[in-house]
Design a protein around this ligand. Structure first.
Ligand code: G6P
Length: 612
């Protein structure tokens, strides 16, 4: 949530910063701004997308070899030019960009107002930079020390970068609960809230740890210390990310590219982990915790949004195959009730970004009660990946579209592998069923490719329903989470109201909504309860409802009753979500495009939700 970029070196900072903001725009896009250090501070801020900022600075002085920039997802104060970052201190000597929330900002602000400080914006960030300035003057300390003291008195989360006119060859950065990466170039440094803006400049990066301060001086070595004043040695890592993954590569939108990437991303999730010849599953990251899982009295899955839907699929997978009771929890609910957690529980935290604030807090809570915590994250080196005991990366590659697509299928793939492995160790699945599922899983990428061929057909259906006001999505068993995910995708990017329901539960309320204007998407591929799904379709047809059904290729029965059908390749029922999600992603995508919506950056949403 919110994107930070910083640069200091021998190049002009503006092109680096603006390009970085474009790369990070998926994190927040309601306003943006830039500060360049060139003798004094030149700060420019604009409401709207980064392109508005670019327009605004066309005739401005954008010289400077050091600078900081920000693209915002508003928390404190409406999105406007004044609340946009960077914020400057009263003396105009210091400038800051900030992600996160300073929770005690009101108290600090009152104290600063009493000491004569004035504020232009409604933000907590402007309070922080003036607090730093006040400490610097009052305590007669240098800027680094002032930042350190200030960070000891703030409550909340932050990733910050500070530039100053007094020290034009230095940037100061710090983090707590919000990610920040330093890229190390040749006599120059790059800063960003994730590695995407850095990759085209350098592969050498240092991920800051919580409560670390980075002192970044042009031409000198990176210096790290904690807010308790302990020196730290920077741990330099090599980025493995590929620049192509950050480009649209001919697709109109990142979302479409990412939908199409799923044949490869699912393969990448399985790569080196599934051996179809020996039928062995090997998840290196959790090897030491397999026995813990086998003996677990319960598995708790915690996640938010689309990752929570993957968690629901995980519940079906673990219970069916490994016969371990599973509870799937919204991280935001879990953390604020008084959950019963024991040392025999294994928690699986699922997160694409690995930064979701609620999921992180839920992990900390479960950890404090002694549970074993495993992570399923996409972003390598992310906070969740680092605080968990162990885990498996999904390896789906960077997901830029705000609506999650390939991350979902990668998460489901990993959960399938985990459940299979534990089932094998427990002996809870017959050998023939185990082999059958392994074979099917191995063939899933090819079947996903086939499912993607429904694109043209789905586009025609999208055209018919693009003006609908409401949609209902129904599925049973493994297809119930698919229905939830289908509905979420549609509302996120097309702003059409959509609800996902277990098909039979429809009778307890949603059926009242059915009429000729309410399309219902039914996922009808379940073999074991096929007849039940047909009954649900009949109930809707009897009330003049319109049915769009996802069915196995060659299906005759549903085809006869449904108004529209989308035929997908058959697979084992346990793997249905990996196939059936594809046409639903495409349906949302086409409807959103036809409605003129911004598919990759839907209103009000952010890719990585680092506030609760
Ligand atoms: C945001 C994103 C969703 C995502 C959810 C959880 O709402 O827009 O796409 O599913 O956060 O994010 P995570 O990174 O934890 O999977």
């Amino acid at each position: 949530m919110c994107g930070i970029v910083g640069y200091i070196g021998e190049k002009q900072a503006y092109p680096v910063l603006i390009n970085g903001l474009h790369r990070l725009e998926y994190r927040g896009y309601d306003s943006s701004g830039i500060t360049l250090i060139n003798g004094g501070i030149n700060s420019y801020k604009q409401k709207g997308k980064v392109a508005s900022l670019e327009d605004f600075v066309k005739d401005k002085n954008i010289e400077g070899k050091a600078g900081i920039a920000h693209t915002r997802w508003a928390t404190h104060g409406v999105p406007n030019d004044v609340n946009a970052h960077p914020h400057v201190s009263n003396s105009k000597e210091l400038s800051i960009v900030h992600n996160g929330i300073i929770e005690n900002y009101e108290t600090l602000k009152k104290e600063l107002i009493n000491r004569g400080y004035t504020f232009e914006s409604d933000t907590d960030t402007e309070v922080l930079i003036n607090l730093i300035e006040d400490i610097k003057i009052k305590e007669k300390v240098d800027l680094v020390e002032a930042v350190r003291i200030a960070l000891n008195s703030v409550i909340g989360a932050y990733a910050i970068v500070i530039a100053s006119t007094d020290n034009p060859d230095m940037l100061i950065a710090a983090r707590k609960g919000s990610p920040l990466v330093v890229g190390i170039g040749d006599g120059e440094f790059y800063l960003a809230s994730d590695a995407t803006p850095i990759i085209e400049h350098t592969k050498q990066v240092v991920y800051l740890e919580d409560e670390e301060i980075a002192i970044i001086r042009k031409g000198q070595d990176l210096e790290l210390k904690t807010i308790k004043n302990k020196k730290r040695n920077p741990y330099v890592q090599e980025l493995e990310m590929n620049l192509n993954a950050l480009e649209k590569q001919g697709y109109d939108h990142f979302m479409l590219k990412e939908i199409y990437e799923q044949t490869d991303s699912i393969k990448d999730s399985m790569r080196g982990r599934l051996n179809p010849e020996t039928w062995e599953v090997r998840l290196g990251g959790i090897l030491d915790y397999e026995q813990k899982m086998v003996n677990a009295k319960r598995i708790l899955i915690i996640a938010c949004g689309t990752s929570w839907h993957a968690g629901l699929v995980g519940e079906y997978l673990f219970e069916e195959m490994a016969r371990i009771p599973v509870e799937v929890e919204y991280a935001s609910e879990f953390r604020y009730r008084n959950p019963i957690i024991t040392e025999d529980d294994v928690v699986i935290a699922i997160s694409q970004s690995g930064e979701t604030a609620d999921t992180l807090a839920a992990i900390e809570l479960a950890k404090s009660k002694g549970a074993t915590i495993l992570g399923v994250c996409n972003v390598v080196g992310s906070s969740i990946a680092r605080v968990t005991d162990a885990g498996s990366y999904t390896h789906a590659g960077p997901e830029i579209g705000v609506a999650s697509t390939k991350a979902f299928t990668a998460q489901v793939t990993i959960l399938t592998l985990m459940a299979l492995r534990i089932a094998k160790l427990k002996g809870s699945l017959s050998a023939s069923k185990y082999q059958q599922i392994i074979n099917e899983l191995y063939n899933i990428p090819a079947k996903v490719e086939q499912a993607l061929k429904t694109d043209k057909e789905v586009e025609k259906i999208a055209y018919k329903f693009k003006d609908s006001k409401n949609f209902l999505y129904l599925g049973r068993g493994f297809n119930f989470p698919v229905a939830l995910e289908g509905a979420l995708k549609l509302k996120e990017i097309s702003y059409i109201h959509a609800e996902g329901y277990p098909a039979a539960e429809m009778k307890h309320g949603p059926i009242a909504l059915i009429d000729e204007d309410m399309p219902t998407v039914v996922i009808g591929t379940n073999k074991s309860i096929y007849d039940k799904v047909i009954s649900n379709i009949q109930e809707i047809k009897a009330r003049s409802g319109v049915i769009i059904a996802v069915v196995p290729i060659g299906d005759e029965t549903i085809k006869e009753i449904a108004d529209y059908t989308i035929e997908v390749p058959e697979t084992h029922e346990f793997l249905d979500p990996l196939i059936n999600t594809i046409p639903l992603q495409l349906l949302s995508y086409h409807i959103a495009v036809m409605r003129g919506c911004n598919v990759d950056q839907p209103r009000n949403l952010a890719k990585s939700v680092t506030v609760e």
